[in-house]
Design a binder for this molecule. Sequence first.
Ligand SMILES: [Zn+2]
Length: 79
Amino acid sequence: MAASGAMASSCRARMPMMDPIDFVCPRCGADASADYYGPCNSCREQLQAAASGAKRSVEAPEYEPKVNVTPNAVALKDD
Ligand SMILES: [Zn+2]
């Protein structure tokens, strides 16, 4: 159990050191600084919040048809 602490730190050490680049956020136009070009931190949080909220409402109804797949697979195997 003592190894769990070492595993966590070695995982972090594997990340390569990157110099942040300065750019203008493509979403809100604010000055941003990050490891890669893209939405600034506050925009990313908003996008993630919107994505997780949209995902939940879409995933729920789309999951149900999967139930119909199981009886078919069983029927094919039984033949
Ligand atoms: Zn932004």
